[in-house]
Design a protein around this ligand. Structure first.
Ligand code: IPE
Ligand code: IPE
Ligand code: MG
Length: 257
């Protein structure tokens, strides 16, 4: 019996993050994730694609916990792109119901963890039940001061840039700004990400090596981490691997170092 207990204790003893090779003083402030591969995960198991989305949803809380514990400041998750409307309506509907389901079961933990829920994207085309779930979560976590958990929902970088350009043109026309004032920081102030630093690290799962219209401006100098692991198989340990890899990179931003 005693032996059993001591074995159990050994097993459950938490391994500290520095023992996992993560330098806690150099954790990326903003991590963005393209959560891809749900459909292929389901197909491999002979299941419908939506089963993959369901399994993928479970990973959102696991990776949120991992990021929060590491001290990440902003975690942006690409959940639905402006191009994903091209999918069959049943799949789109299922995806649109996931925020409600996710927040229904996890919001209390997010509140407890002092996490701030936010959304990035055009909410005007989303069904009312989706916006309602997200808005309620944003409202309930508004005064929190911890990690920002940002869902990119109906997000497309080109649409974001076009909206920014239109708004700048309008503000020039209304003489709120002059064209001479246009520079990088002004441009950034018109983007949906204006409150956040650019992602330090982008993770894309499922082996696809592209950005799929995600944060084209903001990722200009981010470190990119691609893995073949499908999103529903992506574990805490895979997240740590991405962080370790990030910490081994040398970021030069065009200068010599
Ligand atoms: C990512 O998984 C989820 C969304 C894009 C909404 P996919 O549904 O793209 O899965 P694959 O790429 O077909 O395997
Ligand atoms: C990108 O994945 C969008 C999300 C993960 C939400 P897609 O599966 O839509 O990207 P493509 O079509 O393979 O480029
Ligand atoms: Mg995909």
């Amino acid at each position: 019996m005693l032996e059993k207990i001591s074995k159990w204790m050994q097993k459950s003893e938490p391994v500290s993050l520095d023992q996992r090779g993560i330098d806690l003083s150099r954790v990326p402030s903003h991590v963005a994730v393209i959560m891809d591969g749900n459909g292929r995960w389901a197909k491999k198991r002979g299941l419908p694609r939506i089963a993959g989305h369901q399994a993928g949803m479970k990973k959102v809380i696991e990776i949120t916990r991992a990021a929060d514990e590491l001290g990440v400041k902003v975690l942006t998750l690409y959940a639905f792109s402006t191009e994903n409307w091209k999918r069959p309506p049943e799949e789109v509907e299922f995806l649109m119901k996931l925020p409600q389901e996710f927040l229904g079961s996890e919001l209390n933990e997010l509140i407890e963890k002092n996490i701030q829920v936010r959304m990035l994207g055009d909410e005007s085309q989303l069904p009312a039940y989706t916006t309602k779930a997200v808005k309620t979560a944003m409202e309930k976590t508004r005064d929190n001061t911890g990690m920002v958990l940002n869902f990119a929902l109906n997000y497309g970088s080109r649409a974001e840039l076009i909206d920014a350009v239109k708004q700048i043109a309008l503000d020039i026309k209304n003489q709120q700004i002059s064209s001479e004032e246009i520079n990088e920081s002004l441009m950034e102030s018109y983007l949906l990400t204006k409150e956040y630093p650019d992602p330090d690290l982008l993770i894309r799962t499922s082996g696809e090596l592209r950005l799929s219209n995600f944060m084209l401006w903001q990722l200009a100098y981010s470190e990119l981490f691609f893995t073949d692991v499908l999103w529903p198989d992506f574990k805490r340990e895979n997240f740590y691997e991405a962080i370790r890899e990030y910490q081994n990179r040398s970021r030069r931003f065009g200068a010599l170092k």
